[in-house]
Ligand binder design. Sequence first.
Ligand code: MRU
Length: 361
Amino acid sequence: MTVPAVPEPLRGVQWKGGLEDGSLVLLDQTLLPSQIIYREITSVEPLRQAIIDLAVRGAPAIGIAGAYGLVLHLVPTARSQVGAGSEILEEALEHGLQRLVTSRPTAVNLKWALERMRECYLRHVGHLTALEMCARLLMEAKRIHREDAELCQRIAENGAALLPKSGGVFTHCNTGALATGGVGTALGCIIEAFRAGKTISAFAGETRPLLQGARLTAAELRSNNIPVTLVTDSMAALLMQQGRIQAVIVGADRITANGDVANKIGTYSLAVLAKHHGIPFYVAAPYSTFDLRLASGSEIEIEQRHGDEIRRPQGAVFAPADIPVYNPAFDVTPANLITAIITERGVITKPTTATVARLMG
Ligand code: MRU
C-alpha cells in the first residue's frame, strides 16, 4: 500500500510573529496527505470553524490552538484602548472562551487550556494594562504549547518501556505530532520504542469515517521510518486471531476519575477484541486529558457529527443522500478493558478510581 509520505517536521499548530502582528498558523489536516496547505488564523471565529472542520484536531492540539486563539481575540480590544487596565478584557475573554470551548465538546484538553488561560487572567487582572495582559496570556499559551511537547516526550519514554520487544502494535486514529505539541502520545510511544531498538512494526487502522489513521498516522509513521501496514478498521479482529498483534495503543480525548476513556470511535471495539485475544490494551495521555470532575465515562458528552461525513466522504457519494446516519465521533472504553494508562507521571496499571487518584489526584 503506497501512502504519500508526510515530510518531517510538520507541525499542526504554530504561532507566527509577535503580539500585535501575531497569527496562528494551522496545517489544514483535512487536506493531508495530498496537499500541504496552511490556514493563517487571526481571529476567533475562523479558529472555531477550523476546530469544527478538524483542520486542527487531536485533543492536545486543539487545546494549544484554543489558548492562542483567545489571545488573538483579546488583542484588538487591548489595542483600541491603549493604557487601559486589563479589566476591560473580561467581557471579550468570556465571549472568546465560550465560542471556542463549545466548538468540540468531548476532548477535555480544549476546556483545560482555556480554563488555564482564564486563571492566568484572574491572577494578573488589576496589576497589568490590557496590552500587558495580552502579552502575559501569549506567554501562557506558549507555555502550554512547550509543556505539551515535554509531556509527550515523557509519555513516549514511559510507553516505550511497556511495548513488546518485537511484534505488531495496533494503533487507531492519529496521536502523533499533528495531534499534539510534540512527538505525540500513543504514536510517540511507538516511535520511542522503535528508536530504543525494539523491532516492532505498526498496524494503523484507517479510522472511519474521516480516515485519520490512513491519512495522517500511516504517513507520520512512515516519515519516522517505522514499518507500518495500513488496514481497514474491520481487519483488527483477524490480525489478532492470526497472532500478529502483540499490543494495542491509543490516545484519549477524556479520561474520567474511574479510568474510563473517551477516544475516537472504534477504540472500544479494539479494547473488546484485545481482551478476547489476551492482548494488552494501552492508553497514552497527558494529565490535561484527565477530567477528575466526572466520576465515569457515562457522564462524558459525545460529539455527534454530520451524517454527510459517512454518506459523502470528501464529496464522493457513498450512500443515498437521505439515508439516516448515526455518527458519534467518539466512544467510551470502560476502565476494566484497559491494561494500563500511560501518562507523563507514570503508568496507571489496571485503572480504577483508586489507582487513577493515586497518580493524578
Ligand atoms: O476527531 P479527532 O481526530 O480530533 O480525534 C482524535 C483522537 O481521538 C485522538 O486519539 C485523541 O485526541 C488523542 S490525540 C493525542
